[in-house]
Design a protein around this ligand. Structure first.
Ligand code: SF4
Ligand code: SF4
Length: 214
């Protein structure tokens, strides 16, 4: 069975992370526009913003139709360049008021998203073929110091070493990710896995490998 990345869920494809987010983005773009904006121009700006894609053309026109029906935008017809007339869109006063309400909603949602990311990033990671879970990691500065300050505070006794080992190691299967050891280290050798400095990234594997056959 492959442990590689799985296909994103259907909700994560298409018009960005959150379908509802399309509406405030369109309202914001229209509020920034000094002149009536064409649908294709809006889609180009949404795409370069990373909120939409060319595949969202239908979604965008349906949304514009609904926003106009609800009085949040209005359209005018403008001559095309040698082609048929095209609709161009303007924000109404009601649209501006709705945009202001969206700001409040998104501010609240941002706090929830930040909390989600903070908690998700603390979850154990699974790397490669084997099940190698790493949370906190001891890195190079421990070598030659080994004063065991971290061992003294670990509530689950998951930091190990022998007299023959050059450093201490955290058992990733036992570490409960409490963070108590990190501030105790006099040489700043301990890091959460996702904060390990680039030059010591190999210590993520070194800590995990230490416990492989034990
Ligand atoms: S993070 Fe907590 S549980 Fe993990 S090694 Fe440090 S003190 Fe022990
Ligand atoms: S506190 Fe730091 S230097 Fe001391 S044993 Fe733990 S990781 Fe090594």
């Amino acid at each position: 069975m492959s442990l590689g990345p799985v296909e994103p869920s259907r909700r994560m494809r298409g018009s960005g992370l959150l379908h509802g987010f399309f509406e405030p983005c369109v309202l914001l773009l229209l509020s920034e526009s000094q002149v009536p904006a064409h649908g294709y121009r809006l889609l180009a700006r949404l795409t370069s913003w990373g909120v939409g894609s060319a595949a969202d053309r239908g979604n965008l026109y349906r949304l514009l139709h609904r926003l106009e029906r609800d009085g949040l935008i209005r359209s005018t017809r403008q001559a095309g360049h040698g082609g048929p007339e095209r609709r161009a869109y303007l924000l109404t006063a009601a649209g501006r008021a709705t945009l202001a309400r969206w700001e409040d909603v998104l501010e609240r949602d941002r706090a929830a998203l930040d909390d989600f990311l903070r908690r998700a990033r603390k979850q154990p990671r699974y790397r490669g073929e084997g099940r190698i879970k790493v949370t906190y990691v001891i890195t190079e500065p421990c070598i030659g110091v080994k004063d065991a300050s971290c061992v003294a505070v670990c509530p689950v006794d998951c930091i190990y070493s022998t007299n023959d080992d050059e450093q201490y190691y955290i058992n990733p299967d036992e570490c409960i990710d409490c963070g108590a050891c990190e501030p105790e280290c006099p040489v700043n050798a301990i890091f959460a896995e996702d904060e390990v400095p680039t030059q010591w990234q190999n210590f993520i594997q070194i800590n995990a490998d230490y416990f492989k056959d034990r």
